[in-house]
Design a protein around this ligand. Structure first.
Ligand SMILES: NC(=O)NCCC(=O)O
Length: 400
């Protein structure tokens, strides 16, 4: 596995390890770097087999990005990784696509004028999107609320100034690239076609009310259902951030025929890091589609400290957004993650036939018994719902 600049270092003292406040994992870019640097090769291979799975019976293949993309990654200091998910070769159906994810930190302090903050993020993204374009990427997804700091923890209304109409300046910025590179790009919920056209939008279905994530101060639950956007490169959908904790949300995109579901996110280590690699991978397996998970990076400090309603002291930041963007495939394989603290571009070739092949192999759709669940859900929604519980008759008897 590729080692990164000074951060992927092997000789880290204990004191140093304890003092990494930069978002690294004991000085390493990601869990996979830590493991590859510290395990003997055969042990690392076995750990990888379990952590990342196998694709067509082998460890996931890496792709070498073009020199121009590598040069942009060195010059602008972003993590660049590329992989290939294969499927069994089919004679009649060919369905290959190159997909990518971008994770980024903000570019200016949250105290800078809002328009400068937005411009600086756009300028930071330009070379990363160019690297994706130079790599022949067909579909690109950015993180949730990519053009602003994730200020919803503050509950201050002034951050609403960052809101834009569907065809606002951020969409227009991406439309240029979509046209230039014959690519589809998304700003979390706006889906842009390779002619620079807006194909549609999807609004976040589930709005968090957990820890500092109290986004209900800013927007309402989405009302756009579970749209799947049919593009020349495949059928794609967006499950925005907190929606990943809702298995029925994933299911509905699958029932509508999604082949790739993106999960643009903003989430912090203390809250969700142990869940992050599991939820996407599980959704991918259960619904026989690919998942692209994207999380922002960095720690964003806000001018006015805020409390979290948990009795603890007020604080000026959310915690560390841990990046770790990656792809999961329906055969339970997945890519390693991008850096935990650096901007990054993850590229992956996908043979979308893998979705149908896994449906055929495991038959989850065929065996799903949706009518059972439709009945349970219908009765659960009624005010007189009684849970189906059969108690041990001895449970409520007095003991002798
Ligand atoms: N942005 C967002 O929905 N965050 C919620 C936190 C989480 O789901 O981990």
């Amino acid at each position: 596995m590729e080692k990164t600049d000074g951060i992927g270092k092997e000789n880290v003292s204990t004191e140093e390890k304890q003092s990494f406040k930069d978002g690294s994992i004991c000085g390493y870019n990601s869990l996979h770097h830590l493991l590859s640097a510290n395990l003997k090769p055969q042990l690392y291979q076995e750990v990888s087999r379990l952590l990342l799975g196998l694709n067509c019976g082998k460890a996931l293949e890496t792709i070498v990005p073009p020199e121009s993309a590598k040069a942009l990654s060195s010059k602008h200091d972003f993590d660049l990784q590329a992989y290939k998910f294969s499927a069994d070769k089919e004679l009649l159906r060919e369905s290959r696509v190159r997909v990518s994810l971008i994770q980024n930190s903000i570019a200016l302090p949250t105290t800078a004028p809002f328009s400068d903050q937005k411009k600086a993020i756009v300028e930071k993204l330009r070379p990363i999107i160019d690297a994706a374009g130079a790599s022949g990427v067909n579909i690109l997804c950015l993180q949730e609320a990519w053009m602003m700091p994730f200020a919803f923890c503050t509950r201050e209304k002034r951050w609403c100034e960052f809101a834009e109409p569907v065809n606002g300046e951020s969409t227009q910025f991406l439309q240029e690239f979509a046209l230039k590179y014959n690519m589809r790009l998304w700003n979390t919920a706006v889906i842009i076609g390779n002619h620079g056209n807006i194909i549609g939008k999807h609004r976040k279905n589930h709005i968090p009310r957990v820890g500092d994530f109290n986004e209900s101060t800013y927007y309402m639950e989405g009302n756009t259902g579970h749209p799947v956007f049919e593009t020349v490169y495949g059928k794609i959908a967006v499950n925005i951030c907190y929606g990943r904790h809702h298995p029925l949300n994933w299911l509905a995109f699958g029932l509508n025929g999604a082949e790739i579901v993106f999960n643009p996110s903003a989430t912090v280590g203390e809250l969700s890091e142990p869940m992050w690699p599991i939820e996407a991978r599980n959704a991918s397996i259960a619904n026989s589609y690919f998942v692209g998970s994207i999380n922002r990076v960095g720690t964003e400090i806000f001018p006015n400290p805020f409390t979290s309603g948990d009795g603890k002291p007020q604080h000026p930041d959310f915690g560390h957004f841990y990046g770790s963007s990656h792809f999961s495939a329906p055969d339970a394989s997945c890519t390693p993650s991008l850096s935990r603290f650096k901007d990054g571009l993850m590229i992956s070739d996908m043979d979308l036939n893998l979705c149908r092949q896994l449906k055929d192999k495991w038959g989850f759709r065929m065996t799903a018994r949706y009518e059972l669940y439709a009945d349970t859900l219908a009765s659960y929604l009624k005010p007189d719902f009684e849970p189906q519980v059969i108690s041990d008759p001895f449970l409520h008897k007095k003991s002798f």
